[in-house]
Write a protein that binds this ligand. Sequence first.
Ligand code: GUN
Length: 283
Amino acid sequence: MSSILISGKEIGQAIRSELSIRIDRLKNRGITPGLAVILVGENSASKTYVANKQKTCEALGMHSRLLSFESELTERELIQAIHSLNNDPEIHGILVQLPLPNHITETEVLAAISPAKDVDGFHPINIGKMMLGQDTFLPCTPFGVMKLLEHSHIEISGKHAVVIGRSHIVGKPMGQLLLQKDATVTYAHSKTANLKEITLQADILVVAVGRTKMITSDYVKTGAVVIDVGMNRDENNRLCGDVDFDSVKEKAAYLTPVPGGVGPMTITMLMVNTVKSAENELL
Ligand code: GUN
């Protein structure tokens, strides 16, 4: 058996095509959706992510603005920059690229973003709304994973979903979104005992741990859906995920590749959230 590959590249492209119609409609009404991305310091992975976000904005005819600061920037200066974007009518979405330098408190910074422009879905108010199942900006990576499952017609209700990883960005919200679609959700993490016993029960296995090829086929139930959120470099410096693709593809029914799986969906959902924020102006 060989898995059906879930292509985030193709599904993301389809979602962006539909989105461009919404962007045209907004432009006809005098609104160009605008995203501001804040980058602090010299993290090279962050620079690549930010460049990709800008490129995608431009390809869709959206307005993008990069605010790039030296790592010595103070927390106060950063929060001031955010306040000014909160009041800027050209900007509908604000994203602070993480991680931030150690002297800056992430929670303070994220809470300074207006919840109405928090297209990352990291503001405590938006996290609360997500937990309550209310309409809000959903965190882009878990939101993108839900879209991958939906577009692949994978049933979630009644399935056992195991999420490995409990980060604020991916793992925690991922479990919540699956729960809202009536999955039975188990969270596993670095302190989980007998990980393999748990993952072998998963109908849907989402892996977001950041460890190269950690999940081999012996962690996977035959016929499972395996979603690989990892983005690592292997010994040959090639991009790879947290899942050992070559072994797992013989066992899983569905599998996301890296690259070309979850990655393109994260950026796509950021664009979706930014357009949604711009459309809120018309309400
Ligand atoms: N760093 C890694 N992933 C993300 C993300 O989804 N949003 C932000 N703001 N920073 C990140």
